[in-house]
Design a protein around this ligand. Sequence first.
Ligand code: 3HC
Length: 316
Amino acid sequence: MNPTDEKELEKKFQERIDKGEVIEPKDWMPERYRKQLIRMMSQHALSEIVGMLPEGNWITRAPSLRRKAILLAKVQDEAGHGLYIYSGTETLGISREEMVADFFKGKAKYSSIFNYPTLTWADTGSIGWLVDGAAIVNQTALAKCSYGPYARAMIRICKEENFHHKQGYEILAHLMKGTPEQRQMAQDSVNRFWWPALMMFGPHDAESPHSADLLRWKVKLYSNDTLRQRFIDRTVSQAENIGIKLPDPKLKWNEEKQHYDFGEINWEEFNNVIKGNGICNKDRMKSRKQAHDNGAWVRDAAETYAKKHEKNAVSA
Ligand code: 3HC
């Protein structure tokens, strides 16, 4: 294709985006748009799958049958979210195998938050309340993004995230009405998860190499800092309602800006974790590798079955 045709196509594509049109898999799209979506969506899917590990760690130790059933349902949902978003990513011409291989080669990232350990039962509460709460802020925006399969996946996922958020908040609310030890456990958990939850929204806008593209193409409808601020503004009162003190002495309502001012994130910690030096990075990789290897026979059996039935269908 000669450069002027490409330029013309890009211009028409941007006009579609500016008009708020939804891009579908078979539509023409700039190669860079496709590559950005593959990067973002495959890492999102991977985050959902790796995100099962921290809470999965507490399924056998849930304090009651009711809590165990709720946690099982939540972790199962995360698996479904991962498969849903992987399927959406495959519409861009990349296979599941390639995306999984990228992870094992250390090429694909997943959300930094999942490299923190779940040391107590209260952590399952902080993850539901803070991590899924942050995901809801991020994903409700993505539900209106320009790429059809991604936006539609988000609509279904956000409904389930709301259940995740509520059950986590209920765990902490319950603990905060408990014994001094239970209240301390809840407070300690939030102390450990608050700042890593803010890191989920990515670096400051000025340090984000991808945001300009993603905002221009309406894959991101808001910047990292805008969504982070939105999450903080809606979470502070929730903490106050159950007596949790958020671990940021600079957190203060700013009447003029109509937002909460907050302290600076430890970006050295953030960069360290995404470089693979977080507390649990190696464990997460090892667990995923083990699960992948243990599941090889299931994938082979399913493939053999599919091939056999395909052959029968053709010869019938
Ligand atoms: N953890 C790991 N990597 C991160 C990160 C984080 N919290 N924030 C940013 N990064 C990485 C980016 O992937 C990028 O690295 P790359 O070039 O190797 O991909 C680099 O840091 C620069 O960051 P940018 O802000 O420029 O990157 P993006 O524009 O992609 O923004 C994002 C980062 C906000 C995470 C965006 O990718 C996004 O919104 N992704 C979709 C949502 C998502 O992935 N959420 C993860 C959590 S899933 C979850 O919580 C599930 C729930 O059910 C528990």
